[in-house]
Write a protein that binds this ligand. Structure first.
Ligand SMILES: *[C@@H]1O[C@H](CO)[C@@H](O)[C@H](O)[C@H]1NC(C)=O
Ligand SMILES: *[C@@H]1O[C@H](CO)[C@@H](O)[C@H](O)[C@H]1NC(C)=O
Ligand SMILES: *[C@@H]1O[C@H](CO)[C@@H](O)[C@H](O)[C@H]1NC(C)=O
Ligand SMILES: *[C@@H]1O[C@H](CO)[C@@H](O)[C@H](O)[C@H]1NC(C)=O
Ligand SMILES: *[C@@H]1O[C@H](CO)[C@@H](O)[C@H](O)[C@H]1NC(C)=O
Ligand SMILES: *[C@@H]1O[C@H](CO)[C@@H](O)[C@H](O)[C@H]1NC(C)=O
Ligand SMILES: *[C@@H]1O[C@H](CO)[C@@H](O)[C@H](O)[C@H]1NC(C)=O
Ligand SMILES: *[C@@H]1O[C@H](CO)[C@@H](O)[C@H](O)[C@H]1NC(C)=O
Ligand SMILES: *[C@@H]1O[C@H](CO)[C@@H](O)[C@H](O)[C@H]1NC(C)=O
Ligand SMILES: *[C@@H]1O[C@H](CO)[C@@H](O)[C@H](O)[C@H]1NC(C)=O
Ligand SMILES: *[C@@H]1O[C@H](CO)[C@@H](O)[C@H](O)[C@H]1NC(C)=O
Ligand SMILES: *[C@@H]1O[C@H](CO)[C@@H](O)[C@H](O)[C@H]1NC(C)=O
Length: 411
């Protein structure tokens, strides 16, 4: 989180406006507008930029890009009242303002009008402007959203009017929030519905059996290390994707290594890797030693803020994943799932971990997870199921069908 501010707004409500560094390293704005009883009335998170073409004194046209909204101020956002709907009022840079108003029209609400102003008196941004002054462009959007749904649009939305182009993406917005709780029911923009490359940014509805699941972007791979004194004692390289399921709705959260904090501790029998970020209070991976010669992932603890404002926490200290000999590392390039509970799982990508005996800050030889598959197959084929397999193989042989592969798969 880059910027964070809590300021009073008119009507004695509270407003939380913050700026977070998005995955593409541009700024995302987040607004949590609360009424006089501290209940959220409007929640929004989005990214935006602008392109303005203006006439210069020598009668040519010049184009400027405005993508840095990092000096944003909120002055006048309001929950509204019986007569007037809520509005978002944002000012940034020198003389830019951006206002959106919402109206209620049961059973829907509307993103009514987006109003953008810029001031060509600012000659550092608009050198040699022919027409100087404050220029406002009103664009009626009239985008209809069912009441109590949160609008989501990861795709790029474009508004073009009077030589100003406004771009919005990674948009989440809900006005007329009911009982102070941001909805988990999403209303997708058409662009997201039709796109095949869209990944859910914050959360996604669990697909019903008849629909195809939304493809999800792979998380970025990060390397995390823990030191004891000046020595690296734990190493982990992985792409992490969290999957939180609440009320049949799964939230898929990709961890961005660039905006994730790392701490931890190393002891002879146990080691901990703790990650945190603006939304994750903590995500702990606790490793243990077993039989004095192997290590494994024993415990995962997590506590995080969900987009609907609730806190999600879970712990499980009875896990058994990522098992490898002490003195080596555990590696798995394919996607793997650590199932922490029925409501929380972690998908890992391009994983490599070494929680003990790290020498000179480097990984030791790896045991690859493909070995897990062998370990899985061998005892089953040779052990309890041997008789069954034999019978199947013999049967297949006698009826002249090479069915033994299918036979193996059934076990
Ligand atoms: C993380 O930072 C690196 C170096 O600054 C940059 O190359 C990369 O694109 C960033 N990744 C993300 C996901 O922001
Ligand atoms: C609203 O929250 C603020 C800070 O969190 C607190 O100081 C204030 O007393 C609360 N007001 C009400 C009406 O709950
Ligand atoms: C017109 O003014 C702009 C902005 O000062 C400048 O970049 C451009 O070169 C000028 N064009 C001509 C033809 O003088
Ligand atoms: C503005 O942005 C567009 C698209 O990103 C780019 O093609 C153009 O070169 C930029 N113009 C300036 C003046 O930075
Ligand atoms: C605005 O952002 C969009 C999406 O990231 C990008 O394609 C476009 O080039 C940006 N334009 C400017 C002017 O920065
Ligand atoms: C420009 O006009 C808009 C709309 O009237 C107003 O909200 C904004 O404060 C004005 N900006 C400046 C710098 O005067
Ligand atoms: C929304 O804002 C626009 C432009 O400022 C204005 O024309 C319109 O009347 C407003 N609508 C409501 C319902 O406040
Ligand atoms: C927009 O820019 C074009 C040149 O790119 C110019 O011909 C036109 O008059 C401008 N329109 C407005 C409304 O400023
Ligand atoms: C998330 O978890 C739910 C419930 O366990 C599951 O149905 C869904 O496939 C998972 N999604 C991903 C991307 O792992
Ligand atoms: C470093 O190792 C010592 C001895 O095992 C242990 O007592 C201490 O807690 C460790 N510190 C960290 C930060 O892991
Ligand atoms: C992680 O937590 C520490 C201590 O609570 C805090 O100082 C730091 O800013 C957090 N890091 C991130 C990326 O949120
Ligand atoms: C919005 O602010 C309220 C009051 O401070 C808080 O209870 C709620 O968790 C916040 N919601 C989000 C989504 O940040």
């Amino acid at each position: 989180m880059v910027y964070f501010r809590l300021s009073p707004v008119s009507g004695s409500g509270l407003l939380l406006l913050c700026l977070v560094l998005g995955a593409d390293r541009s700024y995302a704005l987040e607004l949590n507008l609360t009424d006089s009883a501290n209940a959220t009335c409007l929640y929004a998170k989005w990214q935006m930029n602008f392109t303005i073409t203006y006439e210069t004194t020598n009668k040519t046209y010049r184009t400027v890009n405005i993508s840095d909204v990092s000096t944003v101020r909120d002055e006048g956002s309001t929950c509204g009242d019986d007569q007037n709907g809520p509005r978002i009022v944002i000012h940034f840079g020198s003389g830019f303002s951006w206002i959106v108003n919402f109206t209620k029209n049961a059973p829907d609400y509307l993103i009514d009008t987006i109003s953008f102003s810029y001031n060509t008196n600012d000659h550092t941004i608009f050198p040699d402007a022919e027409h100087k002054g404050n220029i406002t462009i009103d664009k009626r959007v009239a985008l209809k959203i069912p009441l109590n749904d949160i609008f989501r649009c990861k795709s790029l939305l474009t508004i073009e009017k009077n030589n100003v182009t406004q771009h919005f993406w990674n948009v989440l917005v809900q006005a007329f929030v009911q009982s102070g709780t941001v909805s988990t029911k999403e209303y997708l923009c058409d662009e997201d519905k039709h796109s095949t490359t869209v990944a859910p940014i914050i959360h996604t509805t669990v697909p019903s059996p008849t629909t195809t699941p939304t493809p999800t972007e792979k998380p970025k791979v990060g390397t995390y290390s823990v030191s004891n004194g000046s020595n690296t004692c734990l190493l982990a390289t992985m792409g992490l994707q969290l999957n939180v399921t609440q009320d049949k709705v799964s939230s898929i959260i990709n961890i961005n290594p660039n905006t994730t904090g790392v701490t931890g501790s190393c002891h002879p029998q146990t080691a901990q890797l703790r990650l945190n970020s603006s939304i994750i209070k903590y995500l702990d991976f606790v490793f243990a030693v077993k039989n004095e010669n192997r290590f494994y992932l024993k415990e995962v603890n997590v506590s995080m803020n969900l987009v609907n404002g609730s806190v999600f926490s879970i712990a499980n200290n009875n896990l058994s994943y990522w098992d490898a000999p002490l003195g080596s590392s555990y590696m798995c390039n394919k996607e793997q799932t650590v199932s922490v509970s029925g409501t929380f799982q972690i998908n890992t990508f391009d994983l490599r971990v070494q929680p003990f005996n790290v020498m000179e800050g480097k990984y030791s030889t790896a045991q690859d997870c493909s070995a897990d598959d062998d370990n899985f197959l061998v005892p089953i084929a040779v052990g309890a199921a041997l008789a069954g397999v034999l019978i199947l193989v013999l049967l297949a042989y006698f009826i002249g069908l090479k069915r033994h592969h299918a036979g193996y798969e059934q076990f």
